[in-house]
Ligand binder design. Structure first.
Ligand SMILES: [Fe+2]
Length: 307
């Protein structure tokens, strides 16, 4: 199955104008288009129409995650494979998501919705497509995020979703946290050459833990923390920290609806083949060090406070 990349997160927000302010002036995304129901955003170093869709709702959380496939025929193959696996599959027509062709929505065992699509409009890089200026513009507003990198979704039992994504959709399992019986508590999976495009952590089925925006340097994560402070955006009490898992420099914060975001830098490359390149394993006693390497403790509510 040829899924080429994690493309976007469609998050529910309760105030569209506040979401637009947050994802542009704080996170540093470009506002691509908006109506009274949805707003579409893209990071500076991506050409696709959107990497974040904010959908007006009466509650926060994740509407669906979008993944691009390599060929239109992959949509048919994916739909058939998911249906054979007993998963709900719904065709999504053109126009449902702006700038995007038809797709198939698959409800994963974790109850999260995954939308696969092939066609997406191009808006180009922030610095243009003809004789562009390299680097970050002096007029840049918000944090210096380069792209939406990954999302972490919550579920009570990760095993069936890991099995489906690795065995049917050919995701690589790059790291996992296991209990003494070997059962998976958290899983980090990739469909590209980075260590995670989609991760699963403990929590209620269908919940949204966070989406993460990549940056070029650890220094830019610190600059992002300064912007959070200046704009009174609530951040995790640890401030800037480091994950043992993935090894990245990180800071978490929330959008105005309570959806958790992350600025991060430093994920390693992990081009692996499913069941050929084995995952890094963390036993559960070391999970706090894996989650927060410096503090070796997980803040209260970190896995419970989800949307
Ligand atoms: Fe993350």
């Amino acid at each position: 199955m040829a899924i080429s990349r994690f493309s976007y997160a469609n998050v529910r927000v309760m105030d569209l104008q506040k979401a637009i302010n947050h994802y542009t002036n704080v996170v540093g995304l470009r506002l691509v288009e908006a109506d009274d129901k949805r707003a579409y955003f893209q990071a500076d170093e991506c050409q696709d129409h959107h990497c974040v869709v904010a959908t007006l709702s009466d509650r926060a959380g994740i509407e669906h995650v979008g993944f691009k496939v390599n060929d239109p025929s992959d949509l048919v193959e994916a739909a058939e494979a998911a249906a054979e696996h007993g998963l709900k599959v719904v065709d999504i027509p053109v126009g449902e998501i702006a700038g995007q062709g038809p797709g198939v929505m698959i409800t994963l065992p974790s109850t999260h919705n995954m939308l696969l699509f092939y066609q997406i409009d191009k808006i180009g890089y922030a610095n243009g497509m003809l004789n562009p200026t390299p680097g970050v513009s002096k007029n840049k507003i918000g944090a210096k995020v380069t792209h939406l990198d990954h999302t972490l979704l919550s579920c009570e039992n990760a095993e069936p979703t890991v099995e489906f994504l690795t065995k049917v959709f050919d995701f690589s399992l790059t790291e996992k946290v296991v209990d003494p019986g070997g059962n998976i508590i958290a899983a980090f999976m990739s469909c590209t050459n980075t260590m995670h495009d989609l991760a699963l952590g403990p929590g209620p089925d269908g919940a949204f833990h966070h989406m993460a925006f990549g940056m070029h340097s650890r220094g830019e994560v610190l600059e992002g923390a300064d912007i959070l402070k200046e704009d009174d955006v609530p951040a995790l009490e640890y401030g800037v920290s480091r994950h043992g898992i993935a090894g990245v420099t990180t800071i978490y914060f929330h959008d105005p609806s309570g959806n958790r975001n992350e600025f991060f830098n430093g994920a390693y490359q992990a081009a692996g083949k499913p069941f050929v390149v084995p995952p890094i394993i963390w036993d559960v006693e070391n999970f706090p060090r894996g989650a927060f390497y410096y503090e070796a403790a997980v803040p209260e509510g970190f896995f419970d406070a989800v949307t």
